[in-house]
Design a protein around this ligand. Sequence first.
Ligand SMILES: Nc1nc2c(c(=O)[nH]1)N[C@H]1C(S)=C(S)[C@@H](COP(=O)(O)O)O[C@H]1N2
Ligand SMILES: [Mo]
Length: 407
Amino acid sequence: MKWRLFFQRDSKFSSKLLRLHHTNGILFFILMITGFLLISSFFYTAFPTIRYQLKIFHIWIGLLSIVPLLFYLPKMKDHIKLKQGKGTFNLYFIIGILAILTLSGLVLTFQKQFPPMIRSVALAMHDITFWIGIPYIVYHALTRSRSFRAMEKRRKRVEIINQEDTYLEDYNPVYNRKVFLRVLSGFIITIAFSPMIIKGLKPYFSKMEEVTKAVEGHYFAKLPSTTFAKPKGEGMQGSFRYYTITKKPKLTKENWSLTIDGLVDNKIKYNWNQFMNLQRDVHVSDFHCVTGWSVYNITLEGIPLKRFLQEAGVNKEAKYVKFYSADEVYTDCLTLDEALLDDIMVAVSIDGELISHDNGGPVRLMVPQMLAYKSVKWLNRIEIIEDEHLGYWVEAGYEQHPWVKES
Ligand SMILES: Nc1nc2c(c(=O)[nH]1)N[C@H]1C(S)=C(S)[C@@H](COP(=O)(O)O)O[C@H]1N2
Ligand SMILES: [Mo]
């Protein structure tokens, strides 16, 4: 990279372009690295609080990266002229990718202004262009690096000495060193990235059955005679992306229990069998994560939260309800009014199957009115309290009342 260019004042058009290109390159490199970390479930688990700051950083760099693009766009015509038809496909491709990444990034940044459907589309576009863009950018950076070019040229010196070789190279592109090196590195990059790409794009291709069937590794018995034969919601659309900031807690039929305590008349504790004997309701709900993905039409079976609160008898001083996870780290909190809303479920089944361990089973909270971080997985305690508690993600910076705007 020609660093000196950044400090030159009035340079030629081509140097200006190069400078824009480098600025953009640096910004997109930062976006790529932070994007990787934001996607990585390892990072989610290992550094959940930094993740929030990182997301804000990613958004700011993203916004900043629009500036060089805005400078470039009016000059694009001249640039194409300058190229005289060479590599214009390349140019349109890159501009297309950047445009999609930028627009979808903007929608995700201001997601509150958009209905969930548009948000999901934006997330899908952001994901897909990220996974197409990254190997492409790596290829681009590699094949344009000095050492790679030197490697391409090495053969040429030999050509001058050996005339026959030149003949072969000119008319037989298959043996052309340059083409060969480029195809080879393109191939290696594609192979190297493909496991990540497949994993990254899987949510868009996997059928919902795969997700709900994941009761495997579950320590609980099958649901005793479910309330319905077929999921009331006709099967959910979309798939969950499993998130956890901790290791999954090891829960069994024997060690799981649910406690309702705090400012209540009667403290209650259910073991698995007692819990499964409670009258269950069915609700069809949608679920929206703050990162942009949604699952629609989830048939939830469980006990409405409000019933537990009535059962336990909430005291007058009570103002908030705090939820604990068996992972012993994750918590969240609702106001008492919010907690009494219909549709909030202490759920045991999703689409007729016990909630899988990954999905927060045996029992998880489902608060469809708010973003998914309110829906505590591996729920084992509900405490009625007087002072507000800031849950895990709220402590990290997210809103306490993330109402979902329905489309
Ligand atoms: N115990 C616990 N509950 C949790 C989380 C978590 O990390 N731990 N993540 C929250 C977030 S941010 C989301 S999007 C949903 C994800 O639910 P899923 O993993 O079943 O898709 O769970 C929420 N509840
Ligand atoms: Mo989330």
